[in-house]
Design a protein around this ligand. Structure first.
Ligand code: DCP
Ligand code: MG
Length: 355
């Protein structure tokens, strides 16, 4: 039987929690921002602040110029984690097949709950209502027959919306989608698409599978399918993990330290977010790279204390990178992994240096 997948994502998550807990912030532009040692960036902004053009990952300085009268607050991770636990528990009360993607979003497979009397959309609405009852926070949901369509759908009617993508509307929606909004199309792929004059789902649709494979390798086949609404990947249900790692394959060989380190920093951020979600810290950091001839090299380092913040992981990854990298040999892939994981309840978050 065809699957029914829901993707749920909280609306302006950190900002909404701040507005909930501080009634005087409600209806106002609220910008939640953090400052690590090197840079201050916006984590998220309330919908009122987004009208000024403020968005996630923007330098706080720039947000300040766009929205000088905004309310600027520091993140309170303990609160967000507590809400995250509440919503994950609600998801698990509906189905065991839950794949969390970050603190505020997850995929749910609810195929077994759907019947003649109960549509997938009504299950989504029930979940959103349960979330609101428990947390007083709104979320948005997307319902479809595979993961990436559910994710696209949940973003279509934010905030507090529900969108269903089914066979009647899927092609229309995909045609109009910006290429960068296709799940799985990262920054590098997006750049390359644009250089090939692929700007929308409709542009992508015109390409043959063979041509896409020629340009994007293995990913080309999946892109060809994505343009047609086809997707079969299963939900990744959480298991006990031994390590958490992320890697990026480049479409071309790359040799610029600065460029590679930027990607390493992003990977550290993703690994850190993952560790955050599971409340883990790890004692070993590993950097892996593949050179242009597809030979893998790895190097790892034991940390002084278990690490979990982006900055800490990056500090180790940075020196491992310099130990591994031959300045004359371009690379094809870079990865960062944190392993020897332990629960990190004994460390608290005050070591962050917020604005
Ligand atoms: N986040 C962050 N830095 C980013 C992106 C997000 O710190 N570059 C944090 C803050 C967000 C939370 O993760 O509140 C969830 O991210 P989302 O992408 O789901 O964004 P929001 O929930 O804030 O807004 P939306 O309503 O668009 O989902
Ligand atoms: Mg969200």
């Amino acid at each position: 039987m065809e699957r029914r997948i829901i993707h749920i994502d909280m609306d302006a998550f950190y900002a909404q929690v701040e507005q909930r807990d501080n009634p005087s912030y409600r209806g106002k532009p609220v910008i939640v921002g953090g400052k690590s040692a090197s840079r201050g960036v916006v984590a998220t902004a309330s919908y009122e602040a987004r009208k000024f053009g403020v968005h996630s990952a923007m330098p706080t300085k720039q947000a300040y110029k766009l929205c000088p009268d905004g309310i600027y607050v520091r993140p309170r991770f303990d609160q967000y984690k507590a809400v995250s636990k509440q919503i994950m528990d609600i998801f698990l009360s509906y189905t065991e097949i839950v794949e969390p993607l970050s603190l505020d979003e997850a995929y749910l497979d609810i195929t077994h709950l759907v019947s003649r009397d109960r549509s997938a959309q009504s299950v989504a609405l029930d979940i959103q209502r349960d979330i609101f009852d428990a947390t007083r926070l709104t979320s948005s949901s997307g319902v479809s027959y595979n993961k990436y369509l559910a994710k696209i759908a949940s973003g279509m009617n934010k905030p507090a919306g529900t969108t269903v993508i089914h066979y009647d509307n899927v092609q229309d929606i995909l045609f109009r989608l910006d290429i960068g909004d296709f799940p799985g199309v990262g920054r590098v792929t997006e750049e390359k698409m644009k250089s090939l004059d692929i700007h929308t789902g409709e542009d992508l649709y015109q390409w043959s599978e063979a041509a896409l494979i020629e340009q994007f390798g293995k990913k080309g086949a999946s892109l060809h399918q994505k343009a047609r609404g086809i997707g079969t990947s299963e939900l990744k249900v959480e298991r006990v993990r031994k390590s958490i790692g992320k890697e990026t394959t480049f479409n071309y060989d790359i040799n610029e330290d600065e460029e590679i380190l930027k990607v390493i920093e992003e990977l550290c951020g993703k690994v850190s977010a993952r560790l955050e979600l599971q409340q883990f810290a790890g004692k070993v950091v590993t950097v892996k790279m593949k050179t242009a001839d597809y030979v893998s090299h790895t190097r790892q380092m034991m940390t002084n204390n278990p690490v979990f913040t982006e900055d800490e992981i990056y500090r180790y990854a940075y020196s491992l990178y310099h130990e591994l990298k031959d300045p004359d040999v371009p690379i094809r892939l870079i990865g960062v992994t944190v392993s020897q994981l332990s629960d990190r309840t004994y460390r608290n978050l005050t070591i962050y240096d917020f604005m």
